[in-house]
Design a protein around this ligand. Sequence first.
Ligand code: NAD
Length: 358
Amino acid sequence: PSWEKRVRSSARVRSRNGISVLVTGAAGFVGTHVSVALKRRGDGVLGLDNFNNYYDQSLKRARQALLERTGVFVVEGDINDSALLKKLFEVVPFTHVMHLAAQAGVRYAMENPSSYVHSNIAGLVNLLEVCKSANPQPSIVWASSSSVYGLNTKVPFSEKDRTDQPASLYAATKKAGEEIAHTYNHIYGLSLTGLRFFTVYGPWGRPDMAYFFFTRDILKGKSIPIFEGADHGTVARDFTYIDDIVKGCLAALDTAEKSTGSGGKKKGPAQLRVFNLGNTSPVPVSDLVSILEKLLKVKAKRNIMKLPRNGDVQFTHANISLAQRELGYKPTTDLQTGLKKFVRWYLNYYSQGKKAAG
Ligand code: NAD
């Protein structure tokens, strides 16, 4: 069938490293960039995405069109669909899974908690069940999040710091994902690498994230809510540019060992790693607005709120020495440079008759 042909052709390996990757969440922000980078270097890539309506679906369709132009086919389906996943593994013996599908967003978790359980817990377990029974067993790289550090205020965050105080249900499900990964590594010998991304931004980004809707609202002349914690001062984020994150993802994939399939006993324990992928340079949200004002040449209407917001943490700051040592990860894009690229993309994308949703 033509569906099977498209799956095979998308996953066909064109370089000598023999890597064939199933990318979940491929029509998402990070998934699109990672899929394009893998395909361009000659890896086999198949995307999977359920195109949910958490944010503007037309943006996901536009990313899908970009992927198709690059030769990446995106299968429309859910990571909870075991039959579909098994079928994909039957057609393609994936060497790796890049698992980026998730219900993202901190505040939406208060509106729709079950979608977090569905995608970030049940979906992850379902995917790992299929991976554990696949032959060969793939190595898995998956997206965790800086949000696992929760209410921990000792910065910069390093991987050994406490992660037992999630500030949102999103964070709790990401933390649960790390525990679930541990179990599948221990019992089934799956090789797993978790990446704790820190506030990723860039072209094709997510409209629910501050830098994106600030840009839209500054251009519309709408006021920008800037939340400053009442007692604890500045709110800042370790904004990390997408190209740096992509390099970290590819390095994680390239250094991943094979799954041992043995639960550790005969062939030695399978690999289990967790890395921070951040920028080591937190920027106050008010400075983010100042940079956008300059780039857009429009003055923002700032609405400073002295309220801590439920679900948000005050400050994020990654210690990346482990990723630097083990993955050669070295972010090179500062916020000014990265936002310039985002704004250029944004103005171009929305000048083509598309409406900035929201
Ligand atoms: P995104 O929402 O743009 O991408 C996720 C994609 O997964 C979406 O296209 C969505 O349709 C798809 N998806 C969701 N649930 C699914 C399911 N059950 N089955 C199949 N597809 C499903 O988000 P993103 O910013 O690209 O994030 C990618 C990953 O990185 C996520 O795991 C996210 O939690 C994590 N992360 C992102 C950031 C960030 O700043 N962007 C920070 C930390 C962690």
